[in-house]
Design a protein around this ligand. Structure first.
Ligand code: MG
Length: 333
């Protein structure tokens, strides 16, 4: 179990899923066989998923341990904007992130800059670092996870799915058994259903048509997540290892499906990281994000040693991934 393993696992999954993101399932199977790819691409390149997760990680690293809301918000915005104009931002980034960052760069306050109708998986493909920070109180994990989503994806389901993604990572890092994961996530959906983190999210985000209160706004997001967890629970009981996991829990272009399909691949092979990543990359949907999240879960559970020994030396951004992981692993002991 380690934060380093989770940071590298995210990047490994992202790298393995990068070539297959826009391929159909049958094309992937034809190219790699039914188990999917089993190695990093030769160049070790990752996508915007890892780049944006590193932006969140860098914001976490430069803030005090108690994560003050205002400075953390400014820090995440700063690192998102640095990513947006970086020459390395050429990895098929999501339009929602680009639009929101464009608005933020124009000086709009984030509740106006964000894309309120979007619950794309860009919200939670980058959130797992928040689950790795040691000693953060649960409300801070929740608030920070939802806030980083809300800066670009203002939809309630993007917020709730990001919260669940961070907590799944945190629980696995702390030794939760895979079999306990779905019940714990479902319980969190029930407990959080009426919790709107106004201290983090402000009093503006929830004001959309047909919502009369912050509680009513966020409830919709938790209910959508609970629904996909129902599908996941059913699929995880008897998964078909030869089928496209997206058929069971969705293609993952949206936040709650990216979480569910990544969890399905993780739960199929919770102790075989390379196999689980191959399964996650051999998906008809958003393969790089599904595999990135699966990799973050696998790495949190097993540590970096569970992956092939040469992978850490071959992956892009290895120094930044190692720096974040080392800081949080040192803080845990
Ligand atoms: Mg991507």
């Amino acid at each position: 179990m380690s934060a380093t393993g989770s940071m590298f696992g995210l990047a490994f999954g992202d790298c393995i899923g990068k070539p297959t993101e826009f391929q159909r399932f049958d094309e992937i199977v034809q190219l790699y066989g039914p188990a999917g790819p089993s190695d990093l691409s030769p160049d070790g390149y990752v996508t915007d998923d890892t780049q944006m997760a590193l932006a969140v990680a860098d914001a976490l690293l430069e803030q005090p341990a108690d994560l003050p809301i205002g400075p953390f918000t400014e820090s995440v915005i700063k690192h998102f904007l640095a990513w947006a104009i970086s020459p390395d931002n050429n990895r098929a980034p999501g339009m929602t992130c680009l639009r929101a960052c464009g608005n933020l760069a124009d000086g709009q306050p984030w509740p106006r800059a964000t894309q309120r109708g979007s619950k794309g998986c860009g919200a939670n493909m980058r959130v797992t670092p928040i689950g790795l920070v040691p000693h953060l109180p649960e409300p801070t994990v929740a608030g920070a996870s939802q806030l980083q989503a809300a800066l670009t994806h203002g939809h309630a389901t993007a917020l709730a799915a990001s919260d669940l993604t961070a907590f799944a990572t945190r629980w696995l890092l702390r030794g939760m058994a895979p079999a306990d994961l779905i019940p714990a996530l479902r319980q969190r959906c029930r407990e959080q259903r009426h919790v709107y983190h106004g201290d983090w999210l402000g009093d503006d985000l929830w004001r959309i048509p047909h919502r009369d209160s912050p509680e009513e706004f966020i409830e919709y997001g938790w209910d959508e997540c609970a629904a996909v967890l129902d599908r996941l629970a059913e699929a995880a009981e008897q998964p078909d290892p030869a089928a496209d996991p997206c058929l069971a829990t969705g293609e993952g272009w949206i936040a709650e499906e990216a979480l569910a399909t990544a969890l399905l691949c993780f739960l199929m092979y919770p102790d075989e990281p390379v196999r689980a990543l191959g399964r996650a990359a051999a998906t008809g949907g958003d393969s790089d994000s599904i595999a990135a999240l699966a990799g973050a879960f696998l790495g949190a559970r097993h540590g970096i040693e569970a992956f092939p020994a040469d992978w850490p030396q071959r992956i892009e951004y290895r120094d930044r991934l190692a720096r974040a992981g080392a800081a949080w692993d040192a803080g845990r002991s």
